[in-house]
Design a protein around this ligand. Structure first.
Ligand SMILES: [Zn+2]
Length: 275
């Protein structure tokens, strides 16, 4: 499906309240936001759409300050920022009581203890499964075989067996899990890997001298593991190429402060010539 407007024109256009830029934004990114809500909230499909409208309002307050804070450099960096914004925004919207008690929610500490010493790919598998992904989706996100996914689930079998039985993508403890991600993002260290380098690693463009220390670091850093898996998530959803239909975009526009509708040339001509 073609992008009529490129990413580099969408964000500046949205900041100006341009209608076409917002239509392109909503068409391209609504399916990704809704997928995020599907995994990380207990909301019904209707509630997810309402929440997206509410999040759009939150994104455009103060002359669009939150929106201006998202990366404008590349679409994937922007999607990682959008994802972090939405998860943080969800923190106050979720009811902590609506979570599974068995198995109990992981904490940053219990998660770090469980991941400790595991090969990197097994850490990625465990992290994404606890985040809420079924094995089928996990294989697509990480582009791994069922056999490899199975092997990476070893440590989860002891404490999180019910998590492994899922066939749908849904986090068992949204509030607790979002809090873990939030704490990880806030804990950036000097030697943490910048998102831009992670993208180059993903694209196979980083040299061994860049990739090797970044991976060794990530094996012991929850912040970088969270950032890396969030990149893999948004890339996987974007790859699906789902678009929100034009008819469904229009009601969402109501949530956004837009410029007064510009008169198009044709309507000006029509008025001049009385047509
Ligand atoms: Zn790090």
């Amino acid at each position: 499906m073609s992008h009529l407007m490129t990413f580099h024109k969408i964000l500046p256009g949205c900041e100006e309240g341009n209608h076409e830029a917002w239509r392109a934004f909503l068409k391209n990114y609504t399916p990704i936001a809704l997928k995020l809500f599907e995994v990380y909230s207990p909301w019904t499909p209707d509630q997810r759409v309402r929440s997206w409208a509410e999040a759009l309002r939150a994104m455009t307050v103060d002359q669009g300050t939150p929106l201006r804070g998202f990366s404008h450099q590349s679409e994937r960096e922007f999607l990682v920022d959008l994802r972090a914004f939405l998860l943080d925004w969800m923190t106050e919207k979720l009811e902590p009581s609506r979570v599974a008690e068995d198995p109990p929610a992981p904490t940053s500490d219990s998660l770090a203890a469980m991941l400790k010493g595991l090969p990197l790919v097994h850490q990625e598998i465990a992290f994404l499964v606890l985040a809420g992904y079924s094995q089928g989706t996990l294989e697509k996100i990480l582009r791994i075989s069922p056999a490899m996914a199975n092997e990476g689930l070893g440590r989860l079998r002891t404490h999180y067996a019910p998590v492994l039985e899922r066939t749908e993508d849904r986090c068992l403890w949204p509030s607790a899990w979002i809090a873990i991600g939030h704490a990880a993002r806030a804990n950036q260290q000097k030697d943490c890997t910048p998102l831009r380098l992670l993208i180059r690693i993903l694209d196979g463009q980083a040299s061994w001298h860049e990739k090797s220390p970044a991976e060794a670091h990530r094996a012991a850093c929850l912040r970088c593991l969270e950032l890396w898996t969030s990149l893999l998530e948004v890339v996987a959803w974007d790859r699906q190429g789902e678009r929100w239909s034009a008819a469904k975009v229009e009601p969402l526009l109501a949530a956004i402060p837009l410029q007064a509708q510009q008169k198009s040339k044709s309507s000006l001509l029509a008025r001049m010539f009385g047509k």
